[in-house]
Design a protein around this ligand. Structure first.
Ligand code: SAM
Length: 228
């Protein structure tokens, strides 16, 4: 699976790409992340990409020219499929696990990161991207949102997780989209708190029943009823 990130700050991704699961996925050839600096499509001596909003108001907006031309160039740059274009925006469709699962079926995702006060509306009108929000709050830029999407999607790329079943037990991925049950590791007792006896029993049907009940209980407590 291929990710293309279009951003004014590609250096934000440099540490992220060289760590942990994403690095493993890249090293194994299961995924690739291509960074593109929107400023490379700016014109003029000052390589300007933003300007004041018509009608007045605070801050600066990303101009349509550099952004639209960057996306068009990246989409057609090589033999890769054009991919799904996702524009990071607090006004977009909120990311959740079913949406992540849907994104993970794509061969290629292009993630367009805003900055300042966001994009000139004509970027959306011309490119018709899917606008994606990672939650109802406002970030300084789309880079953290793009990383969030990559992080969530890459877990679902076959071969990336050591144990292929581990993401099936994760919160929101289990039947009914419940939260995951409580988990324990060694030691058996820590500061007077003991691991529930059933988890030490070796009785797998009983362990599964305990986990299911705990998942349902904590889902009801924290999120309301699980999906049927
Ligand atoms: N003025 C915009 C508004 O109120 O809708 C917010 C602009 S925000 C300061 C700058 C950029 O950060 C946005 O263009 C977007 O790319 C990104 N961003 C901010 N919050 C986000 C969120 N919740 N989800 C995804 N991207 C977000």
């Amino acid at each position: 699976m291929r990710f293309d990130v279009l951003t004014l700050f590609p250096e934000i991704f440099s540490g992220y790409q060289t760590q942990s699961l994403l690095k493993l996925a890249i090293d194994r050839g299961l995924t690739s992340v291509h960074l593109h600096n929107l400023r490379d499509w700016a014109v003029g001596k000052h390589r300007q990409v933003d300007d004041k909003p018509f009608g007045g108001g605070p801050g600066m907006l990303l101009m349509p020219g550099p952004v639209v031309e960057a996306v068009e160039a990246v989409q057609t740059a090589d033999d890769a499929p054009p991919g799904r274009l996702l524009l990071m925006s607090p006004q977009g469709r909120r990311l959740d696990q079913p949406f992540v699962e849907d994104l993970a079926t794509s061969e290629r995702l292009l993630l367009l990161c805003g900055r300042y006060e966001g994009f000139d509306q004509r970027v959306v009108d011309l490119l018709q991207p899917e606008e994606v929000s990672i939650g109802d709050y406002v970030l300084n830029g789309g880079e953290v949102a793009a990383m969030t999407i990559i992080d969530a999607v890459v877990r679902l790329v076959p071969g990336v997780l050591g144990d292929e079943t581990s993401n099936q037990e994760d919160s929101f991925s289990r039947a009914g989209r419940t939260l995951e049950y409580a988990q324990y590791t060694r030691p058996r007792e820590y500061r007077g708190l003991e691991v529930p006896e059933v988890l030490l029993s070796g009785n797998h049907p009983e362990i599964a029943a305990w986990r299911e009940a705990d998942a349902l209980r904590r889902t009801a407590e924290r999120r309301g009823a699980a999906e049927s």
